[in-house]
Structures are given as structure tokens and as C-alpha cells.
Design a protein around this ligand. Structure first.
Ligand SMILES: *Cc1c(COP(=O)(O)O)cnc(C)c1O
Length: 298
């Protein structure tokens, strides 16, 4: 079992919130573990249990060179004393960036694959080839996107619901596994609002629905994904976003990452200004972590 630190819920005090009659709180899940932080902890939890149950002593997963998932998986494997292999998209670039240097220090074996080969990451033939090459391993898909991840995030959602009274829950969305879990965990009595970190994120609705269906045959309908706050696309930034991030961090003393949480917060502030959230309501924002990525922004 991975170490876990209980995290705080912090209120954001601002005049404009007061005027709108809205209370805004941030669940500092970025602080739940020094390295396996935020939603990645919950996404890995049942994957690690399953790997253990099946008797595996090696994990293999896929990710980009700046991936929080690669970073977290390497740290988790190290903590649990199991081997890890990271299949990294693209060519190896020296010196290795912060994310990959850390992963390597954690004992992860890095293998760089061409973008072409990387596209085969879900094909059985390719996985079989990797099994022959590396020996038996437990496969965690790219971004940790599978049903075990959804189960872990559902547990997190249930925990949030018992811990705190809120009307809206906001979180950033990459693959949608975390969002599906959280929707299932908090249920229909709360509204869940996701913020896509990807451009053209409309396909995420279908993915989240499919995940929910697999989780439970219940009609979860009280949720929505905002797709207008991607700031150019996945891992892209704009001067406006970086300005927002800086001013938020200075004002509220809460660090954000530029790939997910800064975009979500910018989205929330925009929706607040446009009156999206009902007066008198309480918003709980999940800080999903990802702060390791800040070391790679200039
Ligand atoms: C991975 C990640 C997400 C996205 O999670 P999904 O389950 O892929 O939607 C959100 N925030 C942070 C900080 C992440 O690292």
C-alpha cells in the first residue's frame, strides 16, 4: 500500500466571490504524497493492488516525456519495491528532462519508442512483443486510464462527499478516468464540472459515459465538461494563462501546474464572472497535483 497523507480543504477568500454569494474551496490533493500526487495516487491505487494480486513484480506503462503519470508510476513502483518500465513517446533527448531524470532515479527503465510504434500501444501484438522482450509485466495503459483507475477515483469521490458539504465539484480532465470515478463517487446530488486540458475535448463526454456505464448501470447525469479552456491544446500555454497562473499563486499562495490546474482555475474564474454558478452555492475544486511539471516551463 502506498503512503497517503490526509489533505486539507482551503477556502479561497476574494471580494468577487463574496459579491457573488459563492464560497470556493480547494481540496489540496496535490499534497497527498510527495511524488505520487493528486489524482495519480487514486488512479494507481487499485492497479497496484491488482498487480500484486496477480503476482506481478514488474509494471509497464506508456507516457510522454513530461508525463505526470510516468513520474508517479516510477515513484509508486519504487516505494513498493517493484520494477517499472516506462515506454516513452519520441526520441531520447539529452540531457533528460526533470520528469525522466526523476523516473530513472526511481529505478524506472526508460525505453523510447517512435511516434509510429507508440500508436500501437493498445494492440495485443505489440503488447505480446513487449512481453517477449521484457518478461511478464502488469500493464497500466497510457495515462493510467482503465477501470481500476475509475474505481480508485470513485473511492476518492465518496470520501469527498462525506468529508465536506458542497454543491459543485470542479476538476481538470485529461483522459476522463478521474472524472468518471468522481461522478460515480459523489452521485447525482452534486454537480460535477470538468475542464478539458485538451483541444476539441468533446469526445471526452463519450469516454466518461462509457467508463461510468462500466462502473455501474446507473444514470449519472449531473455533470458537464467545459471544452473552451484548453489555451491552445494539451500542454500548450499562452502568455495569458501564465499571467493568470502567476497572479493566482501570488494572491492565494496555492501553486498550480500549467497543463491542468491553471487551465481549470482560469475556467472557473471565467464561469464565475459569467454567472454560471448559482448564488449561495459552495464550489469544491480538486487540486489534482501535477506540480512536478512546473520545472519544465521556462
Ligand atoms: C493526469 C492528470 C489529470 C487528468 O486525469 P485524467 O484521469 O486523465 O482525466 C488532471 N490533473 C493532473 C494534475 C494530472 O496529472
Amino acid at each position: 500500500m502506498l503512503a497517503y497523507t490526509t489533505t486539507q480543504i482551503q477556502e479561497l477568500h476574494a471580494e468577487f466571490l463574496h459579491e457573488k454569494g459563492i464560497k470556493l474551496f480547494i481540496k489540496r490533493e496535490d499534497q497527498n504524497h510527495p511524488h505520487v500526487s493528486g489524482n495519480k495516487w487514486w488512479k494507481l491505487k487499485y492497479n497496484l493492488d491488482e498487480a500484486k494480486k496477480l503476482g506481478h513484480s514488474k509494471l509497464l506503462t506508456f507516457g510522454g516525456a513530461f508525463s505526470n503519470h510516468i513520474y508517479s508510476t516510477a515513484a509508486a513502483a519504487n516505494e513498493l519495491g517493484i520494477e517499472s518500465i516506462g515506454m516513452i513517446r519520441g526520441e531520447e533527448i539529452f540531457p533528460l528532462n526533470h520528469t525522466l531524470t526523476f523516473a530513472k532515479e526511481m529505478g524506472m527503465r526508460l525505453h523510447f519508442v517512435t511516434r509510429e510504434a507508440y500508436r500501437k500501444k493498445t494492440e495485443q501484438d505489440f503488447i505480446d512483443e513487449l512481453q517477449t522482450k521484457f518478461g511478464d509485466f502488469y500493464l497500466i495503459p497510457e495515462g493510467g486510464f482503465n477501470q481500476f483507475a475509475v474505481n480508485g477515483c470513485a473511492e476518492f469521490g465518496e470520501q469527498l462527499k462525506t468529508e465536506f458539504a458542497f454543491d459543485y465539484l470542479c476538476l481538470p480532465v485529461g483522459t476522463g478516468a478521474t472524472m468518471a470515478g468522481i461522478i460515480a463517487g459523489v452521485g447525482n446530488s452534486k454537480r460535477v464540472v470538468g475542464f478539458s486540458a485538451l483541444k476539441s475535448g468533446d469526445f471526452l463526454v463519450k469516454d466518461v459515459k462509457a467508463n461510468l456505464k462500466e462502473y455501474a448501470d446507473t444514470d449519472f447525469s449531473n455533470w458537464e465538461i467545459m471544452t473552451d479552456f484548453h489555451f491552445g491544446g494539451y500542454a500548450k500555454t499562452t502568455a495569458q494563462l501564465l499571467d493568470f497562473k502567476k497572479s493566482f499563486e501570488t494572491k492565494y499562495h496555492i501553486p498550480l501546474d500549467h497543463v491542468y490546474t491553471a487551465k481549470m482555475m482560469a475556467g472557473i474564474f471565467d464561469l464565475l464572472a459569467r454567472g454560471y454558478f448559482e448564488r449561495g452555492s459552495t464550489i469544491l475544486v480538486v487540486h489534482t497535483g501535477g506540480l512536478q511539471g512546473n520545472t519544465s516551463v521556462i
